[in-house]
Design a protein around this ligand. Structure first.
Ligand code: NAP
Length: 314
């Protein structure tokens, strides 16, 4: 099959770190254009809006959207209505109902919508899911702590309404948990810590229950300096499974399992191509459901103001 002509939208950190390198390796896609208000991609046609790009280049069949979630629905809806396949960065939107609207649009226009979860492509996730199928799961402990100043320098959108705050990385953990556990879980307690000058939390403590008394505890924090932690520990009657480094490492009872190298975004683009070829969509909203539940159920407390750069004079 000829490569699918693709336009990339929202040229910022993740577009440059991951999408461009993966697209340059992909046989499935031909990156022909980019749309971004303030940035461009060398060697392709550049536009400042998606509408302008799709009008000027009608042979573009797919778009991949890398802007923050608050800006995604309008652009995705426009592209789907023009009959384009759409891949969404995580989280797929700022609300559940806007993504459900997109799924309906994709179905009615006969195109593919892929709500991607890059952490599910981490090399340890598939083997962890397979191993857990044979075990009785007792307890899951998630620790996801990173330094927002290092990973999201100056990204004020993350602390604006709809930016999710610490759930921006935390939803990656939830995307793995919902992939590896063979049963549904539901939130039964949550504590959210908001900087007094921000609209989204900087830390969260969550508790979930499973159908047979299983417990899932998750601790997310954006204030971690020094070593960073992206760990999921699953205690079972057959041993303890540890996924660390965001799913890049897997150990059973402390013994490392051999895994292929990390290739999350290559995996996402291969999946997007397979969905297009099959005429399917993939829109699993379960990680975003848990985040929405945390905002519904969470006790709120406030902490000191957060600034990416220390205020002048401090
Ligand atoms: P970013 O660099 O701050 O934003 C990407 C680009 O989106 C911006 O450079 C901007 O380009 C465009 N944009 C369009 N509307 C915007 C708006 N309303 N506010 C701010 N920018 C807007 O963010 P990012 O780190 O790439 O993250 C984008 C998405 O990827 C998020 O959903 C995030 O969760 C996900 N993601 C990020 C990472 C990571 O390591 N950073 C990892 C995995 C996934 P123009 O101004 O040129 O339009």
């Amino acid at each position: 099959m000829a490569p699918v002509k693709l336009g990339l939208v929202g040229i910022g950190k993740i577009a440059r770190d991951q999408h461009l390198p993966s697209l340059s390796r992909s046989d499935d896609f031909d990156l022909v254009a980019a749309a971004s208000r303030n940035a461009g991609v060398e060697g392709v046609a550049n536009f400042t809006s998606t509408g302008e790009m799709l009008e000027a280049m009608p042979d573009i069949a797919a778009v991949s959207l890398c802007m923050p979630p608050q800006a995604r629905h309008q652009v995705a809806a426009e592209a789907l209505a023009m009959g384009k396949h759409v891949m969404l960065e995580k989280p797929p939107g700022a609300t559940l109902s806007e993504v459900e609207h997109l799924a309906g649009l994709a179905a009615s226009h006969g195109v593919s919508l892929f709500a991607s979860w890059h952490s599910r492509e981490a090399p340890g996730v598939g083997p962890a899911r397979d191993w857990l199928k044979g075990q009785r799961i007792l307890k899951v402990t998630v620790t996801w702590k990173e330094d927002v100043r290092h990973w999201h320098p100056g990204q004020d959108w993350i602390f604006e309404a709809g930016g999710l705050g610490v759930f921006d990385p935390g939803i990656n953990a939830l995307s793995i948990v919902t992939k590896i556990l063979p049963f549904p879980i539901w939130l039964n307690e949550a504590g959210l810590t908001f900087p007094q000058n921000r609209q989204a939390p900087i830390a969260a403590d969550l508790g979930f229950a499973g159908p047979n008394g299983e417990t899932v505890k998750a601790e997310f924090d954006f204030r971690q300096t020094g070593p960073q932690t992206w760990d999921i520990v699953v205690e079972t009657d057959g041993g303890t499974l540890t996924l660390s480094m965001g799913g890049a490492k897997l150990a059973i009872d402390g013994e490392d399992r051999p895994l292929p190298p990390e290739a999350e975004y290559d995996g996402l683009y291969a999946r997007f191509a397979a969905l297009i070829a099959a005429g399917d969509s993939e829109v699993d909203l379960s990680p975003l459901h848990h985040v929405a539940d945390a905002f519904l159920l969470g006790r709120r407390e406030f902490t000191e103001a957060f600034h990416f750069d220390p205020p002048a004079g401090s």
